[in-house]
Design a protein around this ligand. Structure first.
Ligand SMILES: [Zn+2]
Length: 42
């Protein structure tokens, strides 16, 4: 329960690869922005 404040104060999700903000339209399984995900798929 002590973690509630932590999660509430989190800024927008950001890509773990480049730090770019991840659009909230994505599902929660994404931790990388479209650009970095695209890199993996190439
Ligand atoms: Zn990225």
């Amino acid at each position: 329960m002590l973690d509630l404040d932590f999660y509430r104060n989190l800024p927008e999700k950001s890509c773990r690869e480049c730090g770019d903000t991840i659009e909230e339209q994505h599902e929660s399984y994404l931790y990388e922005c479209e650009r970095c995900i695209g890199k993996h798929e190439e």
